[in-house]
Design a protein around this ligand. Structure first.
Ligand code: NAD
Ligand code: ADE
Length: 432
């Protein structure tokens, strides 16, 4: 953690977030009576934000001992980490960590021998698996140096885990396809009360917030190119259009591309869009979607930002190789001066722009995502030993409960089916 002196600022921010997270507060209240996590250690690898602080407080209220490390080297809000440490939490992370420090922090969380892992991007769960399967890598050496002799005990204690984001779920499904997943993991990302709100609405707003905070650029009238029109990319596209941008979509999936066309967006290949875009935002979860041949076509002064989980979507290697000079403009802007004289501005070193240059999703959206996390952790404990070693969906009743509680907290009324309607919907007798 960077500086304990920041804790009072962090405390106020956590309090601010808590006010916007009524569903999680209700769960916290119940947990504090029922203590579902008595004798449970939870290891979490999440963005260390004020919203994550409310989640870990909820888990502790339920009786858990919580160990938290950063899930991205640039996303930690240092004042929040300080407040959590002052409050007695075990927190490992600060903004601006290098690769070695990042994996050492994962090592510290694993050294606590967690019973439950909570991941955002699957670095915690894949570290456990790489250690177990003896898959060598520099990162794993850093983890092993911290956990020293703990290899076998690591898994003895784990009863299950959960995953927050799309890329993490991809990685888990890959482990599962290879028959290597060693414990049940709940795909919180795929719950409807997460992926219909957090991915499009949360990232839609916070990615643009990050770009605006970093550059103060005017979005209106700009040619904004969104690469990937999935859950995240579509949310960014609608909001960029709402701010007055002319939006172009780049997609590989015919259905999503057609959806973008029918929603009135311009859809093009990456090469065509590269020639006219002013701002490029990647949201694919894929590698090198903007690369050498695209940089060579771009106009002078373009902005590049990434909203996907890892910093692999925009090829930094290609940018460096094409450049005669690299200038650090601010904490969030790096300018690459290409051999052709044009300047390309990369935000947040290609890492998640919403968390590195702004504060991540608003608390009101994280309320649902983290309520699902809290209830999924409770589900894992209550079903200890009964869940398959697979990627598991959030049970439907938990998903519906979170949506219902959110509506209730907003004072929104739900219509109820009459008995006649229920019967009608279940019957095939009545027709034309
Ligand atoms: P998704 O699967 O719904 O969408 C990804 C889209 O990208 C798909 O439509 C896919 O066809 C498209 N795509 C893949 N490769 C492409 C390429 N080369 N060119 C153009 N399009 C391509 O996934 P999602 O839920 O939208 O998540 C996208 C990424 O955002 C993931 O890495 C996820 O983890 C991350 N994410 C980030 C945040 C955040 O806070 N920044 C929040 C949620 C998710
Ligand atoms: N992911 C996106 N926004 C976030 C936030 N505010 N806190 C934790 N994780 C996030």
């Amino acid at each position: 953690m960077k500086d304990l002196g920041l804790s009072s600022i962090g405390e106020k921010k956590i309090y601010w977030a808590e006010r916007e997270m009524p569903v999680l507060r209700m769960i916290m209240e119940r947990f504090s009576k029922e203590k579902p996590f008595k004798n449970i250690r939870i290891g979490a690898c999440l963005h260390i934000t004020k919203e994550t602080a409310v989640l870990v407080k909820t888990l502790r209220e339920g009786g858990a001992e919580v160990y938290l490390c950063a899930s991205n080297p640039l996303s930690t809000q240092d004042e929040v980490a300080a407040a959590l440490v002052k409050d007695g939490f075990n927190v490992f992370g600060w903004r601006g960590m290098d690769q070695k420090e990042y994996y050492e922090c994962i090592g510290h969380v694993l050294a606590s021998r967690p019973n439950i892992t909570i991941d955002d991007g699957a670095d915690l769960v894949t570290s456990i698996h790489k250690i177990k399967y003896n898959i060598p890598s520099r990162e794993i050496t850093y983890v092993k140096n911290i956990i020293s002799g703990l290899r076998e005990e690591l898994l003895e204690n784990v009863i299950g885990g959960s995953e927050e984001t799309t890329t993490g779920v991809y990685r888990l499904r890959s482990l599962s396809r290879e028959g290597k997943l060693l414990y049940p993991v709940i795909a919180v990302n795929d719950a409807l009360s997460k992926s219909l709100f957090d991915n499009p609405i949360g990232t839609g707003q916070s990615a643009l917030d990050g770009i605006i905070r970093a550059t103060n650029t005017l979005i209106a009238g700009k040619e904004v190119v969104i690469v990937g029109f999935g859950r995240v990319g579509s949310g960014i596209a609608y909001r960029a259009r709402g701010l007055g941008a002319r939006v172009t979509i780049v997609e590989v999936d015919p259905i999503n591309a057609l959806k973008a066309v029918m929603d009135g967006f311009n859809v093009e290949s990456m090469s065509t869009a590269s020639k006219h875009g002013d701002i490029f935002i990647t949201a694919t979860g894929n590698i090198n979607v903007i690369r050498r041949e695209h940089f060579n076509l771009m106009k002078d002064g373009v902005l590049l930002a990434n909203a996907g989980h890892f910093d692999v979507e925009i090829s930094k290697k290609d940018l460096e190789e094409l450049s005669i000079r690299v200038e650090r403009v601010t904490d969030c802007i790096t300018t690459y001066v290409l051999k052709n004289g044009r300047r390309i501005n990369l935000l947040a070193d290609g890492r998640l722009v919403n968390l590195a240059c702004a504060e991540g999703h608003p608390s009101a959206v994280m309320d649902m995502s983290f309520s699902l996390q809290a209830l999924s952790a409770e589900y894992i404990v209550r079903n200890r030993g009964k869940l398959p070693k697979e990627v598991i969906n959030v049970p439907r009743e938990i998903d519906l409960a979170v949506a219902s509680l959110k509506l209730k907290s907003m004072g929104v009324e739900l219509e109820e089916l009459t008995d006649e309607q229920k019967k009608y919907l279940e019957s095939w007798h009545l027709g034309t």
